[in-house]
Write a protein of this length. Structure first.
Length: 125
């Protein structure tokens, strides 16, 4: 599914913030990007390219998705369908959801415990 998604280049600001989050939580950027992607999927509205440049760090898709690739791509496919977008939008929307998610979690997470609490709130919602 979505074989065209290979490399994801996040925004310069997202790169800066993910490095800050790494220092605060001890989690690697790929794990933080995974969490950010999932967090963004819960936010209404379609993230747009105008909001996020692509001048930051680059990830391989499988570095982010790991053993959860099928689940994450299925979530992306569902979100694309819900938003009225097609497979041609998959790569960009994957990138944009990561960027938006990082921007959203950054002001709320100061430690690993904060990230855990945020996750628990999302599971309950």
């Amino acid at each position: 599914m979505f074989d065209s998604i290979n490399k994801i280049k996040i925004s310069e600001k997202s790169t800066y913030l993910v490095r800050q989050l790494k220092g605060q939580t001890g989690l690697t950027p790929n794990i933080l990007a995974r969490f950010a992607f999932c967090h963004s999927l819960n936010i209404p509205g379609i993230p747009t390219s105008e909001e996020y440049d692509s001048d930051g760090m680059e990830f391989n898709r499988y570095t982010i998705t790991g053993q959860h690739d099928l689940i994450m791509m299925t979530l992306l496919a569902q979100r694309l369908e819900d938003d009225g977008l097609g497979e041609k939008d998959a790569n960009e929307q994957f990138r944009l959801h990561i960027c938006r998610g990082i921007m959203e979690i950054w002001p709320r997470v100061y430690s690993l415990l904060d990230l855990q609490n945020l996750l628990q709130l999302e599971v309950i919602s």
